[in-house]
Design a protein around this ligand. Structure first.
Ligand code: TYD
Ligand code: MG
Length: 470
């Protein structure tokens, strides 16, 4: 019988087994055994000898004497993508681009390769998911320069590696890492063992040949990179493409970047002719805002180093459901729960406010359905959004608009558990962006606005007063 070339290793405890088990015999965890290629057995002599074996001792060098050649980055010609990458692709690096199916991963990488070729660089598109003809149809929509991109449609890892080594392009895209198949392993393409092996081999090719390789990976509904989650530590850079398929706006973020900041984000819009960079995102979101409607606030947020104004909308509706519904779109659910809790405890939103002329539609948020959404399908992932969420909910619950007749209310700030308002990063840039769009009066944490109660008085109560005066 031929000797097996693979074994199964538990990803939790490292237990090795010749056979696959649903439950690890070592640590009794379920579903942790992953097929891996067996390491080449070392020569017996190497293992002999005392303690540390026969390795050659190395001489450590101070970091200042380490040679670090400044390699020119390869621009993809897509400004937002280059910025998120930290200035372009680094030769010899491995980038993982994750996102849910249909979000536009293939579209953005195809355009990027088209730009590289148009700029005199060489590129290679390895398509495992779609046939070359399908990719061509997409390329036709994206413009003539994209048609010059060389493509191979292949899922066999050995063939792909051989092609990359023979072609030696500047950039290679593998779309997607989950469909490539390493012949040595019996696991199905996309299984953890396969994906790890595929990425490991491509990484060696990238490093030895100095090629920038972009791996496209699908993300499951839960947000985990299916399989590729296990790649995050291996690759140099993890980009995540987010948004909703039905909406037009998409955000590109770096979750990990060995060559740049992870704070950057790019905003794109999906159009008929492909993904278009949105540079004036704030202008659009402000223009679409609804200042006269209760439950709308403009959030001065930061997308990395870039300020972005987005509209946060809330709806508070009576319900028979216990517990009531809480829906969050574009913000973290836990963040919403926290803001609601603070609103009820410290914002006086638990009971019907005992206003002398409490008008209809005043709802207690604790027992009503609460929906919060960031307009345009943008995802906001920073604590500075708390105050905008709280004010939008309060405004919806009390049925009073936050903004004045012509302009919406702009705000930002983090809410602490005791109801205090906390400072967030870059207040000056946020204020400057708001001022740029004529939103001069921004509610934000400061001596005049120490807590949530003060913010509610300065916004909702003032609006109620204005309504009464009118
Ligand atoms: P695609 O890049 O194939 O998504 P992914 O590789 O992430 O699965 O494209 C996603 C969607 O974008 C697809 O449903 C069609 C749409 N689309 C456009 O609206 N305009 C275009 O120019 C292109 C190429 C695609
Ligand atoms: Mg695709």
């Amino acid at each position: 019988m031929p000797r097996a070339t693979t074994h199964h290793v538990c990803s939790a405890c490292g237990h090795e087994s010749a056979k696959w088990h649903g439950r690890c015999p070592g640590c009794e965890e379920w579903g942790t055994l992953v097929e891996e290629a067996k390491p080449v057995p070392q020569a017996a002599s190497a293992r002999a000898g005392g303690g540390g074996g026969r390795g050659r001792a190395l001489t450590p060098v101070p970091l200042s004497q380490v040679e670090a050649p400044r390699v020119a980055r390869l621009r993809t010609g897509i400004g937002e993508l280059d910025r998120v990458l930290g200035g372009g692709l680094v030769p010899g690096s491995l980038v993982l681009l994750g996102g849910s199916p249909g979000i536009g991963k293939s579209t953005i990488v195809t355009s990027a390769l088209g730009n590289v070729v148009a700029g005199g660089g060489s590129a290679l598109y390895v398509s495992g998911e779609e046939s070359a003809a399908q990719v061509r149809l997409r390329a036709e929509r994206l413009g003539p320069s994209v048609l010059a991109v060389p493509i191979v449609a292949e899922t066999d890892l050995d063939a792909v590696v051989a092609t990359i080594e023979a072609e030696r392009p500047d950039v290679c895209v593998v779309d997607s890492v989950q469909v490539l198949h390493a012949a040595g392993l019996t696991g199905a393409p996309g299984s953890v063992g396969q994906v790890r092996e595929v990425a490991g081999r491509l990484m060696r090719v990238a490093k030895t040949c100095g090629i920038a390789i972009v791996l496209v990976g699908h993300v499951t509904k839960e947000g985990a990179l299916a399989g590729p989650r296990v790649l995050e530590h291996l690759v140099d850079c993890v980009l995540s493409f987010e948004g909703e398929r039905e909406r037009t706006y998409r955000t590109l973020r770096a979750l990990k970047n060995r060559f740049g900041s992870t704070n950057e984000a790019g905003v794109f819009e999906m159009r008929d002719e492909g993904l278009v960079e949105v540079e004036d995102a704030s202008a659009r979101f402000v223009a679409e805002a609804t200042p006269r409607a209760p439950g709308s606030a403009i959030l001065c947020s930061m997308e990395g180093s870039r300020p972005l104004l987005v509209e946060v909308q809330a709806l508070v509706a009576p319900t028979e459901l216990v517990p009531p519904r809480r829906m969050a779109n574009g913000i973290d659910r836990n963040r919403l729960a926290l803001v609601l809790a603070v609103l009820t405890r410290h914002g006086g939103m638990a009971k019907q406010p005992a206003l002398p002329d409490a008008h209809e539609g005043v709802l207690a948020v604790g027992s009503a359905d609460v929906f919060v959404s960031v307009a345009g399908g943008v995802r906001i992932d920073e604590p500075g959004a708390d105050l905008a969420i709280a004010l939008a909910i309060a405004s919806a619950a009390r049925g009073v608009p936050l903004g004045s007749s012509d302009r919406p209310l702009a705000t930002f700030g983090e809410i602490g558990l005791t109801g205090e308002l906390r400072h967030v990063a870059h207040p000056d840039r946020r204020l400057a962006e708001a001022a740029k769009f004529g939103l001069g009066n921004v509610l934000h944490p400061g001596p005049a606005l120490p807590d949530l109660g003060a913010a509610l008085r300065a916004s909702i109560d003032r609006s109620v007063g204005q309504q009464r005066a009118a």
